[in-house]
Structure formats: C-alpha cells, structure tokens
Design a protein around this ligand. Sequence first.
Ligand SMILES: [Mg+2]
Length: 413
Amino acid sequence: MQLAPGLLFPGSEVSEVVVLPLFGGCYHSVQMDAAARKIIHIDMDAFYASVEQRDNPDLRGKPVAVGHGARRGVVAAASYEARIFGVRSALPSLTALRICPGLIFVPPRFEVYRAVSRQIHAVFAEFTELIEPLSLDEAYLDVTANRSGLETAWQTAKAIRARILTETGLTASAGVSYNKFLAKLASGQRKPNGQFAIQPHEGEAFVEALPVAKFHGVGPATARKMHALGINTGADLKRWPLQDLQARFGKSGPWYYSIARGQDHRAVNPSRERKSSGSETTFNEDLFEPSRIEAGVLEMADDVWAWCEKSGKKGRTVTVKIKWADFKQSTRSQSYPSLLETRDQLHAASLALIRSVFPPGKGIRLVGVTLSNFATAMPNPAQAQNLLDHVAMTISTGGIEAAGEDRSMSAAE
Ligand SMILES: [Mg+2]
C-alpha cells in the first residue's frame, strides 16, 4: 500500500477528519491544525545489532544479540537473523540461546550508538527544526513547513533515509502520517529499510483493524486489562463511550478514545533540544533490562552535561527520576562534597543512582537526570580526583549508602 509521490495530504482531506464535540470550540481549531500536519517517524533498523554488524564483518548475516550471554543477562537488541528464531529484546539470554543455539552475543557499546545517534540527528536537522527524539535511534519529525522543498512528506522521508545510509552505512525505516501516533505505527509496517504512509482518510480504518496491544501507549498490563473487557482491536475500543473509558482507565481514557479514531493532537515537541539542568525520556516500552535503562540514563546525562558546557554552570547534586509502569514515581539523589567537573563524573553518579533500583521489580517507563545545587565552583585537580574516587566507590559498593548522600523516595501519581 505504498503511495506514489504527490498523493499525500491533498488539502481536500482535511475536511474529512471527525471533530470531537466534547471539547468545545477550541478543540476544533486544534483539530484542523493537526489534520494539516506532516509527521515522519524515523526508526533505525535493529539499531544496536546493525551497528555491531556494520563494524564487524564476521557478524554479518549471522544471528547476533547485543547483551551479555551470562545467566541473568538479557538481550538488548537482536539482528534480523536472530529474530527469525524468535530472539527479541528483553528476552533472558539463556532463553535466547536455547531457541537460537548459534546466537552470538556482543557486549553493548553505547558510546558508539550515541555517536551514530548524533549523526542521524544532524541529518534530521537538515530537513526540519522540529525534531523530537524518542530514543537513540528513533525520532518524530514535523516536516509540515517543508524546508527541503521536496514535493511530499513521502519524498522527504525517502531523502532522509538515503542521507542516513550515506552518513552511517545503516538503514532506517520511516512512517509518514498526519499525527505522531499513526506515524509511529506506520514506521513498523515495512521494516527493515522501508517506509509506509497512512493518509488522513485512512487513519481511522487502519486503527480499527489493529490489535490494541500494538498501540503506542498501551503497555502489556493495559492490554491485558483491555482484553479482559473484550477490547481486542481498535474497532472494539471505538465502541466504548468516553465516560466509560475514563471510568475504567482514568486519565488515559481520553487518549484511548482519541487514538481509536486515529486522532492524536500532540505536537512534535523539540523541547529536549533546549538543554536544561534536567532531562528525561519516556521509553517506547516499559523496560526491565538494566543495560537499556542505563543507556537511557546516560543519554539524559549527556543532555544535562551539554547544558552545563553551554551555560557554564556546574552542580553537586545529581537526581535520577524513575517513573514506573504503574505511573508511580521514585527519585534517587546524591549530593557530593564538590561540583561535578566532568561528563564521566556525571555518568558515574547517574549510573550509581539508577543501579540502586536494580533489578527493577516492575517495568520502567521513564528516566530523568537532573543536576542541582549550583554552588560556586572551587575546582582543583585533587578535589576532582577525590570526587571521582568517591563516585567509583559508590558504584563498587553497589548502592547509594555511602556518606554524604541524600536519599529520597517518593511515590506520586
Ligand atoms: Mg529501532
């Protein structure tokens, strides 16, 4: 169902979008804006595993799992050759080896993945300023303004994927649609190395046919709850009145009501590009696996450090925020005797804090890193080394019980 160029988003389609009456008049104008949007969701194909196969020719064409093969290890990413056997991310390594005896485990190299991530981000920036990264290898792009001058969003997606291949030697898939929810669903349709579009008049039917478990924002727990209520597909979900969805699912009720109709009014939010002393990210799925959670934390620490370099500010308190699958929230924070002077120190401090909740008893949906306590710096090399030793010791003792800590935990909705 791939579309020829020029077919996407003819203006006449805008009027076909259903307007929800319950939100009143202002909703109408938002709806019209949303209908006119052109959103691309870019997703690298088997990202970590593809990077490993790119950098080591011996791994090409073979079933590869990024992760640790040891007991208690989990698969962080699987190559397509491994996926044929059913190897998936988050699968315990021993299970993966049982179903795919030839599986080759490769330890993750997050520094390399982050470097590639910066490359693809630079490619995105050639096409639009409205970039919302979801993870190292995924982002929403709003190309409504069409800076590239290409005729359609479809062509723009093709051009972006071609540039990514040239720059990184890696393939990406793309979803093109009029909102984020559908663009993300679309990018999975022609993987790997493909793209798919959902036009405004197709969105509703597309969602109706889809199992609810595939909806972004419907995790395994919610899917089970929906199944128990007889809601298996988008069409089932659409039969539920808003009030009933609210009664069953609380604040998420209106969201489910909207997406069942192919509607999503969220703008592409490039705010993560505006660096600040705090940065957080919501994962695509609830994560249990330490290496992937740590990768998310390090990415946020990098954001914060970029802000430190730009603003010239440094702090001595690091806080890691965790939002769990049940939306409860925890924070772990530690104050140091002196300011954190290097990115490595911020990394080490952030890792020590997130590791204090490992193994996670429930899925983690969001992590954030914040730096605070911006006391005046009195940096000297000896002090910096002491601090590094202190952080290293904290990690080696596996927790945050060391002196000088400031531990807090709160549960909040
Ligand atoms: Mg991906």
